[in-house]
Ligand binder design. Structure first.
Ligand code: ATP
Ligand code: MG
Length: 414
């Protein structure tokens, strides 16, 4: 019986992995420039962490999480996002005493969503979290970091910005929003009606066409912010202006998660079609305390790597696969031995090389050399092994030049 991969969980094959390396390399480079350090946390956590840290009213926890009983002992979950586990690690290791901490992570996340383009059941996120500072300067720096990363990747994005308020102003706003939505429930889709009580902010995010007129008329959180939240937002926008980061205020931008306060932001790309969000983030000043830590402000984002890969593909940014510098072909048994010996020498010197262990027809070996993207080829047989002299063939120009095998490393370095 043929066993296939699990629906919504993708393979990334060698031909496509270059894009992933490119985005991760640039991300690490940018994180270093902005003082973010890497943390690695497990893919499995106690299910209760997400119920508390992400919120039981969210779709992520409510509908999409992979939960399992570990041999009847503990209720565990595959992490659906990276923030809760990162915060758990931050608290568990007492990191608040170290003051301001800026961390990043890269890894797989799991949500049982309906698979479609840009939406999968195992997907990967690159995320940042900054703990210990409530100042708008952290928000500005983090948003600028992400804008910087996209620009280095050659990706054009739209940045949307909003404030979701805080404990001082959001409750009153939610009450007025609920009242409004209840009054218009008849004109809303079933999902929205269901969310009015559970997660009314999320209704604002609904994409269903028939809901739009009601949502357009809804009271705006931007108009209901308390002075503290207004000042914070003002400082974020003027900070972004000063750094030349373009944004658009979007009063209907909400985050799907409960723990967000004040700043919410999202980067979207036209190259993606309907799943246009490539990264989303925001401030979560209440989260560390919610999960049992010292009150500690925080702000973070997560970027979807599959969606970024789709954009890089759409804009034709494909870093060339790096083939070996040289490929050894063997004409006979003595040549095959010599090929192994020379390849081992070059590899120790840090020069990538390859050979065809199957030997056989020259034509087939040359094909293999081209398939792996080698720059040069060297044919080795008994004569070459004995004399130490061979021909170095440029596979692009077909030009052949004599080479002493002992000088090969030096010639290839030129
Ligand atoms: P969406 O509204 O598209 O469902 P979300 O609000 O659930 O996004 P977040 O939880 O904020 O997304 O995750 C941040 C980013 O992770 C998203 O912008 C997206 O790029 C990516 N992402 C989220 N869910 C998936 C998924 N199921 N498959 C692939 N990428 C995803
Ligand atoms: Mg989602």
């Amino acid at each position: 019986m043929k066993i296939t991969g699990v629906k919504g969980m993708n393979d990334i094959l060698p031909a496509a992995v270059g894009r992933w390396h490119e985005m991760e390399r640039l991300a690490r480079e940018v994180f270093h420039l902005y003082g973010y350090r890497e943390v690695r946390t497990p893919a499995v956590e106690h299910a209760a962490l997400f119920a508390r840290g992400v919120g039981e009213a969210t779709d992520i926890v409510n509908k999409e999480m992979y939960v399992f009983e570990d041999k009847g002992e503990e209720l565990l979950a595959l992490r659906p996002e990276g923030t809760a586990g990162t915060v758990r690690a931050f608290i568990e290791h007492g990191c608040h005493v170290e003051g301001l901490q800026k961390w990043f992570y890269i890894g797989p996340m799991f949500r049982r969503e309906r698979p479609q383009k840009g939406r999968y059941r195992q997907f990967h996120q690159i995320g940042c979290e900054a703990f210990g500072a409530g100042q708008p300067a952290v928000d500005v720096e983090q948003i600028a970091l992400l804008a910087d990363l996209f620009s280095r990747l050659g990706v054009t994005t739209d940045l949307k910005l909003n404030s979701v308020g805080d404990a001082a102003c959001r409750p009153a706003y939610l009450a007025s929003l609920k009242g409004y939505l209840q009054g218009h429930a008849g004109a809303l889709c079933a999902d929205c009606r269901d969310r009015i009580e559970r997660n009314p902010l999320r209704v604002l995010d609904c994409k269903v066409e028939s809901c739009q007129p009601v949502l357009q008329g809804a009271p705006r959180l931007l108009d209901a912010l308390c002075q503290g939240c207004k000042d914070h937002l003002g400082a974020v926008t003027s900070g972004l202006d000063a750094l030349g980061v373009a944004y658009r205020l979007d009063p209907r931008l909400v985050r799907g998660l409960d723990y967000y306060t004040r700043t919410a932001y999202e980067f979207a790309s036209d190259a993606l079609g309907s799943q246009s969000a490539v990264a989303g983030g925001g401030r979560y000043d209440g989260l560390v305390e919610t999960l049992g830590g010292q009150p500690t402000p925080g702000i973070g984002f997560a970027l979807g790597q599959e969606r970024l890969a789709l954009i890089l593909e759409a804009i034709g940014r494909a870093p060339p696969e790096q083939g070996p510098a040289v490929f050894f072909l063997s004409a006979d048994e003595a040549g095959a031995k010599e090929a192994l010996r020379r390849a081992s020498q070059l590899r120790k010197l840090g020069i990538a090389c390859d050979l065809d262990p199957r030997g056989g027809k020259m034509k087939t070996q040359f094909k293999q050399a081209e398939r792996v993207g080698a720059r040069y080829a060297v044919v080795l047989g008994g004569n070459e092994a004995a004399s130490g002299e061979a021909k170095l063939k440029d596979l692009a120009t077909r030009e052949e030049l004599p080479v002493r095998l002992d000088d090969l490393a030096e010639r290839l370095r030129e």
